[in-house]
Write a protein that binds this ligand. Structure first.
Ligand code: PEP
Ligand code: MG
Length: 539
């Protein structure tokens, strides 16, 4: 039995088997091996698996983008058959007695460096391809396409850190808890854990290579403990706590169907945040009055290419239809910063949180934006859909957005595609937007305050940086004054204002938010019923 402590980002108990997700460095670590021929057999099996993957990618690309663009996968298949490349790997395994992963990674680096130094431009360009096929081979040696994110039984996920695109690919029904070595409490993985009602610990000082997948563990999100290989007593205590939690949840269920209203009669719109279509189940389960933030960028994560207009339309339509007339606020693409997607080719930036992201991408690459807007406008016919724009800093940005929206409306009208006019609001998550909220209130329909980024930009603290967790204080007077200012300016012009950042779910502030005059709180689904209870008990 071994115990570690971390920082809790979501409370709750979990008991079950562990799945360890190894990071890239761990996968290619040099190790001595006993049986070189068995190691070589692993390489030939991995080559077979990689060939199959490449064939499937080739077929998909031919269907979607045509033969010319698909040819690259054929080139990769040929390179995987190259005798010089394979011989170099085999010889390294035999002469140095080392593991297949390391031999493949080193050979990839060597061949790639050799190609990069050639004079011929075509051969130079092959350097990246060799790297690519070597990475694929290493992944296949580890059992498939990167970390296997689809577990056969409900498990506790243990990892160095998790990216939003990794978490989005996991089957949420199969996750009992997250335990990570790194990560910050305001990262999207933490937000996801809260949304799914999953106990999560970050900053746990583990050595991943010392923990085996399959071992049993107990996670206590309240005390911040994770215990591997627990004894019978620990398991019994954990089962008891689990039962108490279930009982608490059962009591909260009685609040379903009841209004979110204070004793004095003030009604608050209590909505939920989601990241994808399947999350609507959590919204219904917790009886939220609507969806106050659909982070649509999650539709773009964990895939190889842009979602088409039709794919997006189907997702938006399904969400608004399922919500059956309740408000659904869909935020347009907020990619960039911690939400990176290879096919956007955003390039490396020194300060990605202050960089090319969200509405900035949409305004500079209007084709991407228009595809999403068309899908959103088409979906307006199926329910109560509002659109929200992220990372706004100026009136001019909103005017530019409206000009693009006009083009989209005109194109749809010309194509005789029906739509209704949706409410259009903005996120208030930059200090600039707070300071000019009087002007912005005159040109938009609503404000939703994104306290995660507003705190980051106001206090000059990277929300992803785990070292700064103790300085990241969304209760800071500056933030609370800003929220009051935004609420007042919205109401001055007859508009409504709410909070969709994590602070909206902080029970210590619920009463203060109601007093500030906020009209809406949009929180993770698991927090809807606890907040309804708090608001109903308020004078
Ligand atoms: C926020 O910044 O508070 C917000 C709700 O958006 P996200 O967390 O997706 O950046
Ligand atoms: Mg934000």
């Amino acid at each position: 039995m071994v115990k570690f402590y971390g920082k809790s980002v979501y409370k709750g108990m979990a008991i079950g088997p562990v799945v360890v997700l190894k990071n890239e460095e761990e996968k290619v670590k040099r190790k001595k091996i006993e049986d070189p021929e068995a190691e070589i057999k692993r390489v030939t099996d991995a080559v077979g698996m990689a060939q199959e993957q490449l064939q499937a990618l080739y077929d998909k690309a031919v269907r979607e983008v045509g033969e010319a663009s698909a040819a690259i996968f054929e080139v990769h298949q040929m390179m995987l058959e190259d005798e010089d490349y394979l011989d170099a790997i085999y010889s390294m395994i035999r002469t140095e007695g080392i593991n297949a992963e390391y031999a493949v990674a080193m050979t990839g680096d060597n061949f790639s460096a050799m190609f990069a130094e050639m004079d011929d431009d075509y051969m130079k360009a092959r350097a990246a391809d060799v790297k690519d096929i070597s990475n694929r081979l290493v992944q296949c040696l580890n059992g498939g396409g990167g970390n296997n994110l689809n577990f056969s039984e409900p498990s506790i996920i243990v990892a160095d850190d998790l990216s939003p695109s990794e978490t989005v690919q996991m089957d949420k029904e199969k996750i009992l808890a997250f335990v990570t070595v790194h990560g910050s409490s305001n990262s999207h993985t933490s937000i996801l854990a809260r949304m799914m009602n999953i106990p999560a610990l970050i900053g746990v000082p583990l050595e991943l290579n010392k923990i085996e997948s399959g071992v049993k563990a107990v996670v206590d999100g309240a005390s911040g403990e994770v215990i591997f290989d627990p004894n019978e007593f620990v398991c019994e205590e954990a089962e008891k706590k689990l039962e108490q939690e279930r009982e608490k949840l059962r009591l909260l269920q009685e609040l379903k169907g009841k209004e979110t209203v204070t004793r004095g009669g003030r009604k608050i719109n209590l909505y939920a945040n989601i990241g994808g279509v399947s999350d609507v189940a959590y919204v219904l389960e917790n009886d939220a009055g609507g969806i106050g933030l659909f982070r649509s960028e999650f539709l773009y994560l964990g895939r190889e290419d842009f979602p088409t207009e039709d794919e997006q339309f189907q997702a938006y339509r399904q969400v608004v239809q399922t919500m059956a007339g309740k408000k659904v606020i869909i935020r347009t693409l907020d990619i960039g910063a911690d939400k990176q997607v290879d096919y956007f080719n955003l390039g490396k930036e020194d300060n990605p949180a202050l960089g090319y992201r969200a509405i900035r991408i949409c305004l500079k690459q209007p084709d991407i934006f228009k595809t999403q807007l068309r899908a959103l406008f088409r979906a307006t016919m199926y329910g109560n859909l509002s659109i929200m724009y992220p990372m706004i800093t100026s009136v001019e940005e909103v005017e530019k957005i409206y000009a693009i929206v006009e083009e989209v409306k005109q194109e749809l009208t010309e194509a005789q595609i029906q739509f209704k006019l949706p409410e259009q609001g903005i996120m208030i998550e930059t200090p600039a937007s707070v300071m000019i909220s009087d002007k912005l209130a005159q040109i938009v329909d609503f404000f939703s305050i994104g306290t995660n980024d507003l705190t980051q930009y106001t206090l000059a603290i990277d929300r992803q940086n785990e070292k700064l967790d103790e300085f990241y204080n969304p209760h800071h007077e500056a933030i609370l004054r800003m929220i009051q200012m935004v609420s007042d300016n919205a109401h001055k012009y007859g508009k409504w204002a709410g909070i969709c950042g994590e602070l909206g779910a902080d029970p210590e502030l619920t009463e203060q938010f109601v007093r500030m005059g906020l009209d809406e709180l949009s929180v993770s689904p698991s927090m809807v019923l606890p907040l309804r209870k708090a608001i109903r008990e308020m004078e």
